[in-house]
Design a protein around this ligand. Structure first.
Ligand code: ATP
Ligand code: MG
Length: 570
């Protein structure tokens, strides 16, 4: 490809909304262009990256037996009603809903479980056809509340989504392992640093779910690692450090804490370590058919993990109750709730179990208790792990190991779905005994654009992008030193042809620009090698070769073929 003819432009500055290096670089290199918030055009050079990324994904998935399909982006409301997700997705507003001329409603697929289940329905009818794994690479649409970071969190994005269909749990686990292996190969081929973490899968499936996280400071997720185990911090079990409570046996005492509403103010007011205080938060627990309130206690130096709380209550979601709601539900006021004679269900984090002679709200305005002891002053609540884990906490599942925290970009999520969709959409097959049974499913997502940008986020320097060779848009950027020098230009043309004939992907910078200007663009674009044809070529047949990372070298044209074989195995 000749750069002079390419639809291409680079920029000195990144747009204002580009907050992270990878987004800035993709825009500055003219690889993507924003059309609207969260919607990006991939330009010709970026299309080459995309196409390579897709090839890697296809190759690795197909090695594990997955087969490609392409499902419509527009999906009828009816299948989402059958699965029971229409109302919730509509309420969440993450899904775009549109109408056709007859006012039939559709959604722009945010995901395709319903569509793929409809696809296999009545086609997979016997256990003999199982297992089956179908995947597609296509656009997904999600009206994200905070689209940002370019392709990382956009409203329209490419996803590879695979779905397995199985006759039994063993097959489902096996398909899971196959996809896990395919993902590992994909990230290894890209040469990226990643962690596989245990993740929350909500209420769906058998609870097993893992995320592939690219390690990067800008990652939106917190990843906690303890020895061989790694967790999304949403999911990480934890045992916070114990605190030594005073052993005295003084009577419980009510004391005045006028106008003090926050735990910080309270701790300051009593001038005691925060571990002496039990803080109580009131949550609204939202179920499909009802809403309840619950009081949740935790040692005041720690925070509640709402994902753990949601799972404990088997709820759709939980959220902090408002001041009015608290008053109505507890008869007391925000800031003064506690476990003693609490009017609503009270549960507490494990950090509260050993609390002794502690302080807590008295369920009366402006009053707290001190010297509280479980059992003596108050029934023990149910204790459970509701605590948000953090670096330095002990991991109860890894003997003696404490968590180390890393930031991660979630690029893939794999999980076993079980029969939720096959049951509701009636995708049944006949077992060996001739009985109809719902298919067991797994689902495996991979963000294609997020992977590409994640690769840039891990590999760049002050000059620009450093593409992993497997997805580099071109292998070599070739340029003559002086385009005005006919001989140099002709020589470069010859080398360009020669390289192409050898099957290499070359971007020939034949623009009539200064060398310095061209080299800057070349570094920004980040091709693995730069090849420069100058005076030395004309005198000694020497080509200057500069890897994007590493030292320059001069090689003789006679040696070019060997160099290519060495470098590209071509
Ligand atoms: P997140 O928590 O980041 O919103 P998710 O849990 O909603 O992700 P899934 O529904 O599991 O994601 O989608 C599978 C993959 O699709 C994700 O692992 C991610 O790589 C990608 N993805 C999800 N949302 C977006 C988005 N808005 N922009 C780009 N890629 C996305
Ligand atoms: Mg999401």
């Amino acid at each position: 490809m000749r750069l002079s003819q390419l639809f291409f432009k680079t920029f000195k500055e990144a747009p204002h909304d580009a907050d992270i290096p990878s987004h800035q670089l993709l825009e500055r290199a003219g690889l993507i262009k924003r059309l609207a918030r969260g919607h990006y055009t991939y330009t010709p050079i970026m299309m080459r990256v995309l196409s390579k990324m897709k090839t890697i994904i296809r190759e690795e998935l197909e090695k594990e037996g997955a087969q490609e399909v392409l499902m419509p982006i527009m999906q009828p409301k009816s299948i989402w009603e059958e699965s029971g997700r229409w109302a919730a997705y509509k309420a969440e507003k993450l899904t775009y809903i549109i109408q056709d001329r007859d006012e039939n409603e559709y959604c722009l697929g945010p995901t395709h479980e319903e569509a793929v289940t409809s696809l296999v329905k009545n086609w997979i009818t016997s256990y003999k056809q199982l297992p089956m794994n179908l995947y597609q690479i296509s656009n997904k649409f999600r009206d994200e509340i905070r689209p940002r970071f370019g392709l990382m969190r956009s409203k329209e994005f490419f996803m590879k989504d695979a779905y397995s269909f199985c006759a039994n749990v063993e097959q489902m686990q096996e398909q899971y392992q196959k996809m896990r292996r395919a993902y590992q190969k994909i990230f290894e081929r890209l040469g990226l640093e990643y962690v596989i973490v245990q993740a929350d899968s909500g209420k769906i499936g058998d609870g097993k779910s893992e995320e592939f996280q690219l390690v990067a400071d800008v990652g939106e997720d917190s990843v906690l690692i303890a020895g061989d185990l790694a967790f999304n911090s949403e999911k990480a079990p934890c045992t916070p450090k114990d605190f030594k409570y005073p052993k005295h046996n003084e009577a419980i005492e009510k004391f005045s804490t006028p106008g003090i509403k926050t735990i910080e103010e309270q701790v300051k007011f009593v001038d005691q370590p925060s571990q002496m205080m039990l803080k109580t938060l009131i949550y609204k627990i939202v179920y499909e058919d009802k809403t309840e309130f619950a009081a949740v206690g935790i040692r005041a130096d720690r925070e509640i993990n709402t994902v753990k709380l949601t799972n404990y209550f088997e709820a759709l979601e939980v959220e902090l109750a408002s001041e009015q709601e608290i008053k109505k539900a507890t008869g007391s006021e925000i800031g003064f709730i506690g476990p003693i004679k609490c009017l609503i269900d009270f549960v507490a984090d494990n950090t509260c179990r050993n609390m002794h002679n502690f302080m807590c709200g008295a369920n009366e305005k402006d009053l707290h208790f001190k010297n509280v002891q479980w059992k003596r002053d108050c029934d023990e609540p149910t204790f459970y792990d509701f605590c948000q884990a953090k670096a330095g906490d002990q991991c109860p599942l890894a003997q003696g190991e404490v968590y180390e925290e890393k930031r991660g970009i979630e690029v893939g999520h794999i999980f076993n779905l079980g029969n939720k969709y096959s049951t509701s959409l009636e995708a049944f097959y006949q077992t060996e005994n001739g009985k109809p049974e719902a298919l067991l499913m797994g689902c495996f997502g991979l963000g294609v654009g997020r992977c590409i940008q994640g690769a840039v986020e891990q590999k760049y320097d002050e000059k620009g992008i450093i593409w992993p060779s497997e997805i580099a848009p071109f292998q070599i950027l070739l340029t003559p030193v002086n385009v005005k020098d006919q001989d140099q230009m002709q020589a470069a043309e010859k080398i360009y042809k020669q390289l192409q004939e050898m099957g290499l992907e070359v971007l020939f910078d034949d623009r009539k620009e200064r060398l310095g200007f061209k080299l800057k663009d070349s570094d920004l674009l980040g091709m693995p090698y730069k090849m420069i044809i100058g005076k030395n070529f004309l005198s000694d047949k020497e080509i200057e070769i500069e890897p994007r990372q590493g030292d320059k070298a001069n090689i003789s044209q006679d040696y070019l073929k060997d160099w290519i074989e060495e470098s590209f195995g071509a």
